[in-house]
Write a protein that binds this ligand. Structure first.
Ligand SMILES: Nc1ncnc2c1ncn2[C@@H]1O[C@H](COP(=O)(O)OP(=O)(O)OP(=O)(O)O)[C@@H](O)[C@H]1O
Ligand SMILES: [Mg+2]
Length: 602
C-alpha cells in the first residue's frame, strides 16, 4: 500500500474478508464456475465459434489490403481491385453480423448463468439457521447477492469470451505478420517488452486502487443504509451536522481512491498509444528503408502498420480483463464459501410424521447456550398439555424468548429434549414443525406489500374470505375497510403508514389465518396503549381459543386467567402455578405482582 494511503484513518483492512485479491485465474474456482455454463453448452460453443470467426475476419483485412496494393494497384488492375474491395466490404459486413450475434449471445448466457447462481445462493441463504444470521450482518449477505454476483456477470459476459477473442486476434495478427515478413515482425514487436512492463505496473497499481474504491463504496453503502433507516434518531438528537461530517469523510476517501485509479488509467492509455505509435514509427523506418531498396512491397508495409495498430488494442483490453478476472475470482471465492457452508440445522433423513398435531409440548432437562458454554437456559423442564394456556414471566434477559426460539427450532439445544405430541422435534422436518406453530413477536415485521398479502404471506391456500375472516375475528376488519385501498393497501416499507398497534393486529390476523395448533405470543401487547390493549386482549382471547397457547408478558394483568404461569429467573424456572397459587406462595411472582399493582394504583 502506498504511503499516502496509509495516512487514512479508516484503512482498507486486508482481514475484512470482503476484499482479498488473489489470483486472476484459479483453476479450482474456474472449474466450478464453468459448471454453471453447462445448461448452455450449445450456446457457449456457438459463442466461441463466433469469436474465432470475428478474430479471423478482423485479422484478415490488413492482409487483403496488402493484396489490393501489391497485386492490383501496383499492376494497375482495375477489375481485380474492384473485386478485392468487394471482398473487403463483404468481410466487414460479415464481421459486423458475427460480432452482433456474439455480443448478444455472450450477454444472454451471462444473464442466464447469473440468474441461476443468484437463485441458488438465495435458496441456500434461506436455509441457514438463526445462528448464522446472528453472526452475519444483513449488509454483507446483500452484497453477496448483488455486488459479488454482478462482478461474475461482468466476467461471464465481457470477460471470458472476450479473452478468447483477444487471444485469437493476437494469434491471428502474429500469424499474418510472421508469414509476411519475420524480420519486420521482430522489429515491430521490439516494443512489446516495455509494453508488458508498463502493463504489469499499471495492473498492480490499479488493482490496489480498485480494491480501495470498493472498500469505501461498501462503507458508504452501509453508512447510508444505517443513517437513513435511523433518520429518526439522527433528527431527534440533532445529529444531522455530525452525520453529514462523518459522511463527508467517507465520501472524500471514496473520491480519493477513485481519483487514484483515474490517474493510473489516464497515464496508462497514452503510454500504450505512445508505444503503439513507436512501433508504427519503427515499421516505417526499417520497413520503409527495405521498401526503398525493393526488398519489401508497399502493400506489406501498409498492412504491417495496420497490424501493429490492431495489435495493441487487445493487449490493452487484456490488461483490463485481468482486473475483471481478478475481482471475479475473489467474488466467486466468497460466493462459493457461502454456498459450501451447510445450514447448521439439518432435517432428519427419516423424518417422523406429526400428522394431526394436538399441541402437547414437553421440555425435558433442556440446556442451551447461544455462545459456547455460556448457558442462558439451565435444566428447563415443563409440560404444556393440549389446549392449555400458559404464561412465562420473568425479568429482561431471563430466557423467555430463548425458550420459544428452541421450540421453533431456530436453534438447537445443547442438552435435553423438546417434544411435541411425544415426538422429539429433532425427528421432525423443520417445515412440519413450524407449520403447526404460530409465533407473534414484539418486533413486528411487515413486508412492503398489501395488507392482504401481509396476512396470507401470499399463501394461495388462504383465500380472500379467510383473510377477511381472520381480520374480523381480530377486530381490524372495519379499520382495513376504511383505508383508501382496503385490503389492497400497501403497508409501505417497514410499515410506517400504520400505527404500532395496527401493525401488531395485522400480525395477529396473520397468525390466525395460518390456524396453528400452537400459538406463541412474545411480548405481543407491550407496545400498545391501555385502550388498544383491551381490544388486543379480546383479540388474543379469540386467537388462543382451542389452541395450545404460550404468552410471554411483562404486564401481569394480561395473564391472570392463564391455566399456568411459569416464572423464570436467570435461565431457570423458579416457580410454577396459577395466579392464585403463586400469590399465596409469596415468591418472585407475588413480589412482581405487588410492585405492578401498586404502580397502577399509585
Ligand atoms: N441471538 C443471541 N445471541 C447471543 N445471545 C443472545 C441472543 N439472544 C439472546 N441472547 C442472550 O440470552 C439471554 C436470554 O435472552 P432472551 O431473549 O431469552 O430473554 P427474555 O427473557 O426474552 O428477555 P426480554 O424480556 O427482554 O425479552 C440474554 O442474556 C441475551 O443477552
Ligand atoms: Mg424476549
Amino acid at each position: 500500500m502506498s504511503e499516502e494511503n496509509s495516512k487514512n484513518t479508516v484503512e482498507p483492512d486486508e482481514n475484512e474478508q470482503e476484499e482479498v485479491l488473489g489470483k486472476a485465474y484459479d483453476a479450482r474456482l474456474m472449474k466450478r464456475l464453468i459448471r454453471y455454463l453447462k445448461p448452455y453448452t450449445k450456446w457457449v460453443v456457438l459463442a466461441i465459434a463466433l469469436t474465432v470467426g470475428v478474430a479471423l475476419l478482423s485479422t484478415v483485412r490488413p492482409y487483403l489490403t496488402k493484396i489490393a496494393i501489391d497485386d492490383y494497384i501496383v499492376n494497375k488492375d482495375a477489375q481485380g481491385l474492384k473485386n478485392i474491395i468487394l471482398v473487403l466490404l463483404g468481410t466487414l459486413i460479415l464481421q459486423g453480423l458475427l460480432q452482433y450475434t456474439m455480443t448478444y449471445l455472450t450477454q444472454w448466457i451471462g444473464q442466464k448463468t447469473i440468474f441461476d447462481l443468484r437463485m441458488e445462493l438465495f435458496r441456500h441463504i434461506q436455509k441457514f439457521s438463526m445462528k448464522f444470521f446472528d453472526k452475519n450482518p444483513v449488509g454483507r449477505l446483500v452484497t453477496r447477492l448483488t455486488n459479488d454476483i454482478e462482478v461474475l456477470n461482468e466476467m461471464f459476459s465481457s470477460g471470458i469470451v472476450m479473452v478468447f477473442a483477444d487471444v485469437f486476434i493476437i494469434g491471428g495478427i502474429l500469424f499474418f505478420m510472421f508469414s509476411l515478413s519475420w524480420q519486420l515482425t521482430l522489429i515491430a514487436l521490439s516494443v512489446v517488452f516495455p509494453l508488458i512492463y508498463a502493463t504489469v505496473i499499471f495492473r498492480k497499481k490499479v488493482r490496489i486502487a480498485f480494491r480501495d474504491v470498493r472498500f469505501y463504496l461498501a462503507k458508504m453503502n452501509s453508512f447510508l443504509q444505517e443513517h437513513i433507516s435511523g433518520i429518526l434518531v439522527v433528527k431527534i438528537f440533532n445529529k444531522e451536522k455530525r452525520t453529514l461530517n462523518d459522511f463527508k469523510k467517507i465520501n472524500y476517501d471514496h473520491t480519493k481512491a477513485n481519483k487514484k485509479s483515474v490517474f493510473y488509467y489516464s497515464v496508462f492509455f497514452p503510454v500504450v498509444e505512445l508505444i503503439g505509435a513507436l512501433s508504427g514509427a519503427l515499421i516505417i523506418w526499417y520497413g520503409g528503408g527495405e521498401a526503398v531498396q525493393g526488398a519489401l512491397t508497399i502493400g506489406i508495409l501498409i498492412s504491417f502498420i495496420q497490424y501493429s495498430e490492431m495489435f495493441f488494442r487487445p493487449i490493452r483490453d487484456l490488461s483490463e480483463k485481468y482486473n475483471i478476472m481478478q475481482t471475479a475470482m475473489a467474488s466467486s471465492e466468497r460466493i462459493f464459501r457461502l454456498l459450501d457452508r451447510q445450514p447448521v440445522i439439518n432435517d432428519p433423513l427419516k423424518p417422523a410424521e406429526l400428522g394431526d398435531c394436538r399441541g402437547n409440548i414437553e421440555f425435558r432437562n433442556v440446556w442451551f447456550a447461544y455462545v459456547k458454554e455460556d448457558y442462558v437456559l439451565r435444566d428447563i423442564s415443563f409440560k404444556i398439555n393440549q389446549g392449555e394456556k400458559v404464561a412465562f414471566v420473568g425479568a429482561t434477559g431471563a430466557g423467555k424468548s430463548s425458550i420459544m426460539n428452541l421450540l421453533c427450532r431456530f436453534y438447537d439445544t445443547q442438552k435435553g429434549e423438546i417434544a411435541i405430541d411425544g415426538i422429539n422435534i429433532k425427528d421432525l422436518k423443520q417445515n412440519e414443525l413450524r407449520r403447526n406453530i404460530g409465533l407473534v413477536v414484539q418486533d413486528i415485521f411487515l413486508f412492503s406489500d398489501s395488507i392482504a398479502n401481509n396476512i396470507s404471506l401470499n399463501n394461495n391456500d388462504i383465500s380472500p374470505e379467510k383473510i377477511r375472516e381472520a381480520a374480523s375475528i381480530i377486530g381490524i376488519n372495519n379499520f382495513i375497510d376504511k383505508l383508501p385501498l382496503g385490503y389492497g393497501q400497501n403497508v409501505k416499507e417497514r410499515g410506517v403508514t400504520l400505527s404500532q398497534g395496527e401493525r401488531q393486529l395485522i400480525t395477529f390476523a396473520r397468525a390466525l389465518a395460518y390456524d396453528p395448533k400452537i400459538l406463541i405470543l412474545d411480548e405481543a401487547t407491550s407496545s400498545v396503549d391501555t385502550h388498544s390493549e383491551i381490544l388486543i386482549q379480546k383479540a388474543i382471547d379469540k386467537l388462543m381459543d382451542g389452541r395450545t397457547s404460550i404468552i410471554i408478558a411483562h404486564r401481569l394483568s394480561t395473564i391472570q386467567k392463564c391455566d399456568k404461569i411459569i416464572v423464570m429467573h436467570k435461565g431457570e424456572i423458579r416457580e410454577t402455578g396459577t395466579h392464585q397459587q403463586l400469590l399465596e406462595y409469596g415468591g418472585i411472582y407475588s413480589k412482581l405482582y405487588q410492585l405492578q399493582y401498586k404502580e397502577s394504583f399509585a
